[in-house]
Write a protein that binds this ligand. Structure first.
Ligand code: UD1
Length: 417
């Protein structure tokens, strides 16, 4: 299994390119299932989750062609097997995103339940309820969701909590349903808007994406289209936090500060100077960071996917920070590993109290989930001496060439195979 070896203490400096967003690419690739004509995608990140989804789509009969310029063409004209098997779904919860497009297009779908997840229970009850509201017959048998419907019917759907992939699944199904659907309490994440833009390019009738009420007027078929995946706001935020924690100065290209206001605000509170134009963000840090409190919430508030990285920053900040996680119940696993590096963290329920220490010391730590891994890398970059991060397959699910990009910024980091 690959590991990362990090020699800490170097302030990050220089310029890197931000990749396309994992959480936009995955639902948009699933949208290809909705049309018999090809969908051409640009700026697709080269990630393990993308490869997993390509395998899943390939098994259903989707023809895949890739070019060397991060372009991807998906042609679901000969879709033959509306099945998402356990072996693939268990490694990537986002596989649930094939459920509704398959049902809308084929009239039936068998998708394995995603099962447990390191960061919490993550049920899919809201996805299933939404399907039932649109007239599908849904059963759970032998660990599989089995759904059937001749043609889904438009419905008013209210979810009692905000779910990102739930909103995306509903929006995709409603595109080919008969009549009008209204999704209330919809997720407002920029990735939902990116998916809506792609669906609109395919001929869908969608209004209100980016607000908490999305209205979709069903159409009978969708066409092919070309779409460019938006920049990854979590990768952007991770590099900004890494630069702030190491006292560095970086410029990130092909990204956009407007999709990460909450993160930029917190970095300014930590003492960073941030400037941005239409497609780049620059951060400069003068001196050690100040502690920042945060509370995770659905967009546009502070993202749960950035909580772990900020905890690493707070470990070496001046002051004491209180971090509250409200989205997932078990998302502090990185805290134990950060303590191995000398961090002072106390956890009580969904709250972590982090007292800044003057110095972290390198050690061997183990990555437990995707964003936890990123926080350990950041901690390794600031720690004295060598840090080894084990189980980095989590990191490869969601960060494109992380060690190459960090090396480009001057970090002492290498992959050990
Ligand atoms: C998406 C993101 C993930 C991010 C999360 C929250 C993708 C591929 N993944 O995950 O990176 O951390 O949003 O911003 O976009 N819930 C239910 N029942 C459901 C669905 C969700 O109870 O049917 C709960 C979840 O357990 C969680 C909360 O709702 O507590 C939010 O989860 P959700 O927004 O659905 O997360 P994902 O879409 O899986």
């Amino acid at each position: 299994m690959d590991k990362l070896l990090i020699r800490g203490g170097v302030p990050l400096s220089g310029e890197v390119r931000i990749s396309g967003a994992k959480n936009a690419a995955l639902p948009i690739m699933c949208a290809a299932l909705l049309s018999a004509a090809p969908l051409r995608l640009a700026n697709v990140p080269h990630l393990r989750d993308v490869t997993t989804l390509l395998n899943l789509l390939g098994g259903m009969g989707v023809a895949v062609s890739l070019d060397e310029k991060l372009g991807l063409e998906l042609d679901a004209g000969r879709l033959h097997t509306p099945l998402a098997p356990y072996d693939l779904v268990k490694t990537m919860r986002a596989s649930i995103l094939v459920l509704w497009p398959l049902l809308a297009r084929c009239g039936e779908a068998r998708v394995s339940l995603p099962g447990g997840c390191a960061i919490g229970q993550r049920p899919v009850d809201l996805h299933i309820k939404g399907l039932q509201a649109m007239g599908a017959d849904v059963r759970v048998e032998h660990g599989y969701i089995i759904a059937r419907a001749k043609r889904l019917k438009g419905a008013r759907i209210f979810t009692d909590l905000v779910t990102v992939t739930g909103t995306e699944n509903l929006m995709m199904a409603a595109c080919l349903a008969e009549g009008t659907s209204v999704i209330e309490n919809a997720a407002r994440e920029p990735e939902v808007v990116d998916l809506a833009n792609c669906l609109k390019a395919m001929g869908a009738n969608i209004e209100g994406a980016g607000s908490d009420t999305i209205t979709i007027e069903g159409v009978s078929t969708l066409a092919g289209a070309a779409h460019r995946i938006m920049p990854d706001r979590i990768e952007t935020g991770t590099f900004l936090v890494a630069a702030a924690a190491t006292g560095g100065s970086v410029r990130l290209r092909d990204t956009n500060a407007r999709i990460l206001d909450a993160v930029v605000d917190k970095l300014r509170e930590a003492g960073a100077t941030i400037t941005a134009d239409d497609d780049s963000i620059a951060l400069e840090m003068d001196g050690p960071p100040l502690s920042v409190n945060l509370r995770t919430s659905p967009y546009p508030a502070f993202p749960t996917d950035m909580q772990a990285q900020f905890m690493a920053l707070d470990c070496i900040a001046r002051g004491t920070a209180v971090l509250t996680e409200t989205i997932f119940e078990n998302r502090f696993m990185h805290a134990l590993e950060l303590q191995r590096l000398g961090a002072d963290i106390e956890i009580s329920g969904n709250t972590a109290v982090v007292k800044g220490v003057a110095q972290l010391d390198g050690a061997t730590v183990m990555a437990t989930d995707l964003r936890a891994s990123a926080s350990l890398v950041i901690a390794g970059l600031v720690a004295r001496g060598e840090t080894v991060v084990e189980r980095i397959y989590h990191l490869d699910r969601g960060y494109e060439c992380i060690e190459e990009k960090l090396s480009q910024l001057g970090a002492g980091i290498k992959r050990i195979r």
